[in-house]
Design a protein around this ligand. Sequence first.
Ligand SMILES: [Zn+2]
Length: 401
Amino acid sequence: MTMQRRYQRGDTGPAVAEIRSKLVLLGLLPAGAPAIGATSTIRDTRHHGGYEDAVFDDSVDLAVRHFQQQRAMTVDGVVGPETYRHLDEARWRLGDRMLSYSVGHPTVGDDVATLQQRLLDMGFDCGRVDGILGPATERALREFQRNYGLGADGTCGPATFRALDRLARTVVGGQPHAMRESELLHRSGPSLAGKTVVIDPGHGGADHGVVAHGLSEAEVVWDLARRLEGRLSALGVQAYLTRGVDGVGAGNVGNTGEEERAAFANATDADLVISLHADRNDSPRAAGVSSYYYGSGSDRYGRRSPTGEHFASLVQRELVARTGMVDGRTHGKAWTLLRRTRMPAVRVELGYLTNADDAARLATSEFRDHAAESVVVALQRLYLPPDEDVPTGMLRLPVFS
Ligand SMILES: [Zn+2]
C-alpha cells in the first residue's frame, strides 16, 4: 500500500488501521488497544479491530511522534508518505526475509540497515548504513560469505543469518580470516572422533634430515608419527601421513617437498596438520622443543593463524610438562607448509639431535610415547570449550595397548 495523502489525529478508515497495526508491531502502541472510535462501545464486539472503524486518536498521535523522534524525522504526529515509508521499513528485522540485490528494485528496510551495520563492524566495507541493499552492500556480503566459508552467492538466507547472529554474540571487529578459523573450530565440536588430521613426518627417503648421535631425524619422526597415528586412530580420528617409511607419499607420489605436502593436506580437507621434525645447531648446547605456527609480520597488518597459534601453544606446554624438555617456546613462521596449508598447521621441533641430552631422550621409546601423548592431549584441549579445558599435564587419555 502506498500512501498518497496525510493522516493525522481525527482521521479514520483502513489506512489508519494499517498505521495502528504497524505501530503495534513496533511496540509503540499497546496490542489489543481499541482500534475503533468511542462509538464502538455500543457496537457488537465483532467490530473490534474493524478496518473501517480505526481511529487516529491521541494514543496514535503520541506513538507517531515517538516514532518520528526515534528516526530523527520531523516530529509532527502526521503520517505522510515519508513517515509511512519509514513505518514500512521499520517492521523488518534481520532474518524476517531473504535479502538479495535486485537491480532497479533495491530492497529497503531496517533488516538491511542491521546487515550493513554488522558488515561494517566486522570490517567489510558496504559504504554507509542507509537500509538500502545496493551493489556495495552486495559486494561486502559476498566478501563476508567467502571469508566465512559460506556459499558466496550474495543472498542473505538462513545460513548467513545464523552466521551473522552467532558472530554478533562472539567476535566483532576481528580479522575475517581469524573469524573463519574460530568459526570452523566452534562448528566442529569437542569430540575428536570424526576429525581428520594430517601427520607430516619431516624428510624421508634420501633426505635423512639431521643426522647426529647415531640418530636420523627422518627415522625418529617417522616412528613418532606412527605412535601418534595409532593413538589418533584409537580415538576415532582419521589420520593421514604425508609420506611412507621410505619417503614416498600416498599413492606413490613423492611428497618430498613442502609444497607437495601442503597440497596433500589440502586435498584431504583435514582439520589440522602436525609436522614433526628434530632440530640441529652448530652449538652442541642448543637444546629443547619449539613449536611453530603460521605467522608473518608483527604489525596489525600481519597475517597469522590464530588456531594454529593456539594449538602450537597447547602442544608446546604439554610437551614441556610431560617430557621435561627445555622450553623453546612458540614462534610464528611463514614456512611453506605452514603458509600453503588451508587448515591450521603446526610444526614441532622435538629437540636437538646435535645435543647429547636431547638425542639420548629422543632415542627412547618412553620419550616418544610421551611426545605422542602430548600432541593428542593438545589436540583434545584445542577442541574443548574453554570452560571444560584442563590444566597442562593433567588430561588423561584412554590407555593404549
Ligand atoms: Zn627437519
